[in-house]
Design a protein around this ligand. Structure first.
Ligand code: ATP
Ligand code: MG
Ligand code: MG
Ligand code: MG
Length: 578
């Protein structure tokens, strides 16, 4: 039980000038946070209580899914990042934290960076601590501060420079187990957002700079969201814009598709590209991945790999591909056009479709329609691609041709777009980090393999604000029960009236015994001020105790979501609130 007069809830009548959206205004007006500078906020006591509640709900669900909590440093030796697979891209968003003297001279490489995420820290740790299949799987997580030098911090906690994230990293012995870990976490996310009381939908996402093979983002639908969700209610399809770009069927393609094509495309691995052009810019070496593009009508396949001097035929062999010979320019050119760029190719056959499925799962490519430009997961641009047949890889071994399972743009079931706030993200990473850092294990035959990883993030502080964005009205916040800083707001209208104050204390204690958290507004303020603040704070249940009502033996009870207050006889009061 907290008494307002002895606590600290500095509410404001006016919104701060820099607050553009409702949740940002309410966050400040209801006294949850104060700004230090762009993207940097102090959690005031009320805000901190909500953060703790969300943190605890998150912890419970991740624990339930098998997560093991630890805490890693926020300050990272830059070396870890230099050794990792994405230094060039990640350094853009990292704050550097040099020690005094030498390190600060202009042009010097940073000695330390502030952690924007922790793959580069956890993977070397697991490499040294875990060596046997007997110790796997493991899923380590932490809930703590992350630092990102966002180009445009804005919307309060939504896009901050310093924010709180739950980040988890799973390590498995094989792909199948990694997929199981991934879906266990997806379930934990769903449970977390459900318990918080915010509607967040899982949408298919691109893997972007993280690399990896598949991914979902959790989006809270909201006008002010920074992301687009492309969806179709009827089919249940939902993806972010980048991912969905691969699923859009070009209009002329739809016309050209032969009858019966749907069945034909149920067979994996049939993709024909009429023209493929290398990216018009240099892709940094550490962002180059092995990309396979399948070309051809049926077998044998021409497999095209990026980096012609390094055709990894050995790896291909392990995936069930038998190279018969290098592909000839005549075989490549009709599909690549005049400019094969840095692409090399071999011709051969796949032993079985399962192996092929495995490759597709790990090396999903995105093909885009006529005349458009898009990128595959490596940032490798396919330009002016003339897709005569398209294939979207959504899940391990599960190939869905765009027109078969999804609404096509022409058929009168257009995809719809709405804005969303990304509150969480899950990736199946594969072996990108474990290979780079040498996180390997030995199996029961003493054979060594890289661990198969997944990584997961929930923006706890962003979720706090997303709750407010989704749940407020003109008067203030409307907290869902589990996220509310307190559940019961007792408005004590005459705090100097000893009997009324005692009544408030008793009711508060009863509510606490029933499991509710209680705030008693015992300030010496006019009722109007108290009611306005109660609406602004938005706690689920308001109880008003006034001297006159007490004399009549009555208190007032009002749910934040209800229009009217209900008068309740004192004798029934306790029953009402517990
Ligand atoms: P965004 O697309 O909004 O920049 P992200 O994709 O870069 O987010 P991730 O790397 O996936 O973010 O991090 C996991 C989660 O951390 C995000 O889903 C989001 O909820 C949260 N998050 C990321 N950046 C910020 C930020 N600047 N401020 C607050 N929360 C953030
Ligand atoms: Mg970002
Ligand atoms: Mg994102
Ligand atoms: Mg993300």
């Amino acid at each position: 039980m907290k008494f307002w007069s002895q606590f600290f809830i500095p509410t404001l009548k006016e919104s701060p000038a820099d607050a553009e959206i409702a949740s940002h205004k309410l966050l400040v007006r209801a006294g949850l946070v104060r700004k230090l500078s762009g993207g940097l906020y102090t959690y005031l006591p009320l805000g901190l209580i909500v953060m703790r509640k969300l943190t605890q709900l998150c912890r419970e669900e991740i624990d339930r899914a098998g997560g093991i909590e630890l805490a890693m440093p926020h300050l990272h030796p830059a070396e870890n990042w230099r050794d990792g697979p994405r230094w060039a891209a990640a350094r853009e968003i990292m704050f550097r934290a040099d020690s005094a003297g030498e390190g600060q001279r202009a042009g010097r490489e940073p000695e330390f960076v502030l952690g924007p995420t922790h793959e580069e820290i956890i993977t070397p740790l697991v490499k040294t601590e875990i060596t046997s299949y007997r110790d796997l799987p493991k899923n380590f997580y932490q809930i703590g501060t992350k630092f990102r030098n966002e180009i445009r911090p804005r919307y309060g906690l939504m896009r901050a420079r310093e924010f709180v994230m739950m980040d988890a990293y799973s390590f498995d012995v094989n792909d199948e187990r990694a997929v199981a870990s991934y879906f266990a976490m997806k379930g934990a996310y769903e449970a977390f957002f459900r318990r918080v009381g915010v509607q967040a939908i899982a949408v298919e996402a691109d893997t972007g700079v993280m690399g990896g093979s598949f991914s979902h983002e959790f989006m809270v639908p909201a006008e002010i969201g920074d992301d687009d969700v492309i969806y179709n209610e009827a089919s249940g399809y939902a993806a972010n814009r980048e991912k969905a770009a691969s699923a859009l069927v070009p209009a002329d393609w739809a016309d050209a598709a032969p009858a019966g094509a749907v069945e034909e495309f149920a067979t994996p691995g049939v993709v024909t590209i009429a023209a493929l052009e290398a990216a018009p810019y240099a892709v940094p070496a550490d962002r180059q991945f092995k990309t396979l593009v399948y070309i051809g009508d049926g077998k044998p396949f021409v497999v095209i790999l990026r980096g012609s001097d390094e055709l990894e035929t050995a790896k291909l062999g392990s995936l069930g591909f038998t190279v018969t010979r290098p592909a000839t320019p005549e075989e490549i050119e009709p599909v690549l056009g005049a400019k094969p760029g840095s692409l090399g190719a071999v011709k051969g056959t796949f032993k079985n479709e399962a192996a092929l499925a495995g490759i597709f799962a790990d090396h999903a490519i995105r093909l885009i329609g006529n005349g458009t430009t898009g990128a595959n997961r490596d940032g490798f641009h396919l330009r002016n691609v003339n897709v005569t047949r398209d294939l979207a890889v959504t899940r391990f071994g599960d190939f869905r041709r765009v027109r078969a399972g999804e609404p096509d743009v022409k058929s009168g079931q257009p995809l719809q777009v709405r804005r969303g706030i990304e509150v969480g993200h899950i990736f199946k990473l594969g072996t990108k980090y474990s290979e780079k850092f040498g996180a390997v294990f030995t199996d029961d035959q003493k054979q060594s393999h890289p661990m198969v990883m997944g990584c997961y993030g929930i923006g706890i502080s962003r979720t706090l604000q997303a709750v407010i964005e989704q749940s407020h009205d003109a008067d203030g916040i409307v907290w869902p029960w589990n996220a509310a800083p307190f559940h019961v707001h007792i408005c004590l209208l005459d705090p100097q009236d000893a009997a009324a104050a005692e009544m408030a204390r008793q009711l508060g204690a009863a509510a606490e015994r029933g499991g509710a958290d209680v705030l008693i507004d015992d300030r010496v303020e006019r009722p109007g001020v108290k009611f306005k603040d109660a609406d602004l704070l938005g706690l689920p249940l308001r109880i008003t105790i006034g001297g006159r009502g007490l004399k009549e033996g009555i208190i007032e009870v009002k749910w934040r979501t209800a229009k009217e207050a209900v008068k309740v006889p004192l004798t029934e009061a306790e029953a009402h609130i517990t």
